[in-house]
Design a protein around this ligand. Sequence first.
Ligand code: BGC
Length: 361
Amino acid sequence: MRKITTATMTVAAATMLVLSGCSGRGEATQSAAAGFDKGSTIGVVLPTKTSENWVLAGDLFTNSLRDAGFKGDVQYAGASSSVADQQSQISSMVTKGAKVIIIGAVDAGQLTSQVKAAHDAGSVVISYDRLIVNSPDVDYHIGFDSFRVGELQGQSLLEGLEERFPDKKTYNVELFSGSPDDSSAAAFFNGAMKVLKPKIDDGTLKVVSGQSEIKQTATPGWLPQNAQIRMDTLLAGTYGSTDLDGVLSPNDTIARAIITSVKGAGKTVPVVTGQDSEVESVKSIVAGQQYSTINKDTRLLVKANIEAVEALAGGQKPKTNTEIDNGAKKVPADLLTPLIVTKKNAVEAYANDPVLAPLTK
Ligand code: BGC
C-alpha cells in the first residue's frame, strides 16, 4: 500500500513539475524567472513587531508595492505562534501564486520545507534582512551587512570607553546578544567579538561576570524584558562595589532596557551600543545617555527589494554585490552598508530622515 502511494505521488509530483514548466530543485528555472505581469501577487512575510524597523518595513512594502502596480500581500507573524504563522503564511502565498515571496524570518532555520515548496512552485524567494539558513531554495538575500554591524558595534564600544574614561587603561564590560533563533544575532555577535576578543584576551576589557559565550549572552525573542532581567541579575551578583563601564548591546530596544536596569540599580550609565536608530534611542544619544546606534535605513532596504521585484518582473536578475553561504548554498546577495551613529555624527547621519533629523537639532 505504502509503495503504491509513494509511486503515485512521485508520478503526480513529476507531472505537476512538467505542467508548471519547472525542473524542480536546482537552478532558478522558476516560472517567475521569465518575468511576470505588474498585477501579480508579491508576498512579504515579516516577524513580530519587536523593533520600529519591522513596523516601518511593513508600511513601506504595502505602499511601494501598490505604487509599483503589484498586488502586495504583507503579513506579520503573531507574538505567540510566530514560526507556525510564518509557515502557513508562506504556504498560503504559494497557493495564491505569488511570483516573489520576501521573507524576514522569525526563526531562520524553520522555513526549509515552505521555502522549498515556494521555490518548486515557481515563486522567487528573497530572504530579507535575516538570512534563511540551511535551505538550497533561497534565491536571493537582500539586507544590511550584519557581520559589519557587529564590527561597528564592537569598535564603538571601545571608542566610547576611551572617550568617557580617558584615565582608565582597563574597563569592566558585559556582553549581550540577540535572539538565538535569528540568524543575524550570531552575525552581529561574531562581528563584535572579532574586535572585542583580542581586547578581552590582552586584559583591556574584563567581562566581570565571565559570560562571554553567545549562549550565555542571548536575549530570547529580542525581548527587552529578558535583557533587563539579565542585567538586573548581573548587577546584583557581580557589581556590588564594582563599576560597570560598558555594555555591548545588539540593538536599541535592548540598549534601553540595559540603561533602565543600571539606573534602577543606582549606577552611572555605562557606554552602551545599539542598533536600528529608534526614536527613543536617538533622543537618548543626543541627551548623552546611550552611546551609539547603527543606521540601517529601512527605506533603502525596502527600495532595494522593490527594485529586485521589478527586475524579476521584467525577466531580469536582481542586482547583487556578493554571495553568502547559508549552509546549503551560496546565496546571491545584495548587502547594504550600515553606518555607526554617535552624538558626534547624528546631525549628518540623519540629515535626510524626516523623523530623526528634527531630534538632532
Ligand atoms: C534586525 C535588527 C533588529 C532585530 C530585532 C534583527 O534581525 O536585523 O535590526 O534589531 O532583528 O528586531
